[in-house]
Design a protein around this ligand. Structure first.
Ligand SMILES: *[C@@H]1O[C@H](CO)[C@@H](O)[C@H](O)[C@H]1NC(C)=O
Length: 560
């Protein structure tokens, strides 16, 4: 009897022991997995413990202690951040690179254009150019400043008209060396640059091309520069406590029940991530608008007024203007003499100095495109643009698809043999939509849909502003970021000028060359400042004509 009882007791003990055996064994795997995460292996009990007061994972029989749960919770927080920050870093570096490619390319084009103009003009105009080189140096300095800082710092229109006025004054003195001109006389001349059109159509055309090319290049480059900033700020937004709880439950509660290899179901993961990244997804609409605006501005970089094709032959265009002035110089001088008065002959000078005295020994040589230096970026604007367009397209929907991108591959278990939050079983809950408003009844993450994240909100605002500028640049307008320092000329002469919600922005003014400039490019000056003779620009023969012809013959013996 005793024997029977004791046998039964032993059997019962044995039975209990074997029941408990798999659980205590499974904590060995937990120990291994836990220590592989860098935690102290001694935190893990040898056997599962009953009634551990866990905060997140199911209470009851568990390989986790409260301390372990806390550590795993921190781990889940960084595990949650890791894929998001990796994807964001990739995106940031893609556009940081593209930004530096474009920026370097534009700067080199500017440098090359300057160098090439300098070389060509030294060869062509010799001393006459060298003595006036600072005019061109200043011109390129201003272009660079505009490229860097935009219309808030350099008004391209007035910069260009000052350049032509300055060039006219210098050329006018050169073709009229026999005369002496007072400052007042030069002032009179400068005020009539507009009417005289000494450079033909070159200033108007070049102004239009430069403005469009620079506005597009500059705004596009700025757009590329803000992308990494936005991605950085948005991806750094920290997870809510409720999100960290959900991530802990999804990633590490299987550990506590001894199932270290069990991965979450895909839909479970999607709900957790859509809840956790609800604020980031709010960026998506503006992000996509921004990318669309970047993509259409990229077309401007390839178009006929692209930066490369405007900057590259700028030396030829400016020398064309000089040629025009040279051809028109007789009429121009005559009109000036009539309008501003007959100038005094300079002392001790007879009509016509020798070529040596004026230093002009150059000869116009046609420009050879083969001699162009290539940029270190080593690539044409077309290739850069094709590449960046691909990257911009790929970046679309980045924020809204982030949960899908994260809940894939190694991070989840396909099919129904997956962790559903309580068991190795099918996940039954409905998958939530994208964005804050859709998380109201998220079963896994509590999201306060009434409190949009402030950092993300400010990035949405930044994207909106940038998109507005990109659209304006598409129409050839440079809009200053700060409406306070908005340059009234930059917003354009047509319509309300208030930007691109107006129908004027739909009109493609970019490729058409209207008979009159879109904006009055040249400074509007009072008409009767020409010493009372402003209206007297009538062509009449005079002594000056004869003298002038002589001067031209002496000054420009080899021209043409
Ligand atoms: C997880 O699986 C268990 C067991 O099949 C089930 O009772 C529970 O409803 C499932 N949970 C979800 C969220 O699907």
């Amino acid at each position: 009897m005793m024997f029977v009882f004791s046998t039964a007791y032993t059997l019962a003990l044995l039975f209990l022991f074997t029941e408990a055996e798999p659980r205590s064994k499974s904590c060995k795997e937990v120990k291994a997995a836990y220590s592989s995460k860098g935690f102290n292996v001694n935190d893990v009990p040898n056997k599962g413990v009953q009634g551990a007061h866990l905060k997140v994972c199911p209470q009851g029989y568990s390989c986790c202690t409260l301390e372990m749960e806390e550590k795993l919770s921190q781990q889940s927080h960084s595990d949650l951040k890791a894929p998001v920050s990796q994807l964001s870093k990739d995106l940031q570096s893609t556009f940081k690179q593209r930004h530096s490619h474009f920026d370097q390319f534009f700067r080199e084009l500017l440098d090359n254009a300057e160098r090439s103009l300098n070389d060509m003009f030294v060869r062509t105009y010799g001393q006459m150019y060298v003595q006036n080189a600072e005019l061109f140096k200043h011109f390129f300095q201003e272009l660079k400043r505009y490229y860097l800082s935009g219309s808030a710092v350099v008004n391209l229109d007035s910069m260009l008209s000052e350049f032509w006025v300055d060039l006219l004054e210098r050329m006018f003195r050169l073709v009229n060396v026999q005369y002496e001109f007072s400052d007042a006389y030069m002032e009179c001349l400068s005020q009539h640059t507009d009417q005289l059109k000494p450079f033909g159509d070159v200033p108007r055309k070049l102004g239009l091309q430069l403005t469009r090319a620079f506005v597009a290049a500059r705004t596009f480059t700025r757009g590329l520069a803000i992308m990494p900033e936005v991605v950085n700020k948005v991806s750094a937004v920290s997870a809510s406590p409720s999100c960290v709880r959900a991530a802990m439950k999804m990633m590490y509660c299987p550990y506590c029940s001894g199932q270290v290899a069990l991965k979450p179901c895909q839909n479970y993961c999607l709900n957790v991530m859509r809840g956790c990244l609800a604020n980031q997804a709010e960026l998506d609409a503006e992000w996509n608008n921004f990318l669309d605006a970047m993509l259409s501005l990229a077309e401007r970089l390839e178009g006929p007024f692209n930066f490369e094709s405007v900057m590259d032959p700028i030396d030829v265009k400016i020398s064309e203007a000089i040629m025009n002035m040279q051809e028109n110089s007789m009429q121009v001088s005559q009109k000036v003499f009539q309008g501003c008065g007959q100038p005094k002959l300079s002392k001790g000078t007879r009509a016509g100095r020798s070529v040596k005295e004026t230093g002009f020994t150059g000869r116009f040589r046609p420009y050879s495109p083969d001699a162009r230096p290539t940029t270190a970026a080593g690539t044409s604007l077309d290739r850069l643009t094709t590449d960046v367009k691909k990257k911009l397209k790929n970046a679309k929907k980045f924020w809204s698809t982030l949960p899908e991108t994260v809940c894939a591959g190694e991070r989840i278990a396909p099919g129904d043999d997956c962790w559903n939050g309580t068991a190795k079983s099918r996940y039954e809950s409905v998958v939530m939509g994208i964005g804050l408003a859709n998380q109201m009844s998220n079963p896994d993450v509590e999201v306060d849909i009434t409190k949009p994240d402030l950092v993300i909100h400010s990035q949405i605002t930044l994207l909106k502003e940038t998109t507005y500028r990109l659209k304006a640049a598409h129409s050839g307008h440079d809009i200053s970021m700060d409406p306070g320092d908005d340059d009234e000329e930059a917003s354009g002469g047509e319509g309300s000028g208030s930007g691109c919600d107006s129908p004027s922005c739909d009109q493609d003014i970019y490729f058409s060359t209207p008979p009159t400039p879109i904006n009055p490019r040249l400074v509007v000056l009072p008409r009767d400042n020409a010493g009372g003779a402003g209206g007297a620009f009538v062509s009449r023969g005079s002594v000056a004509l004869a003298l002038f012809g002589l001067a031209v013959a002496l000054l420009f013996p080899h021209w043409r």
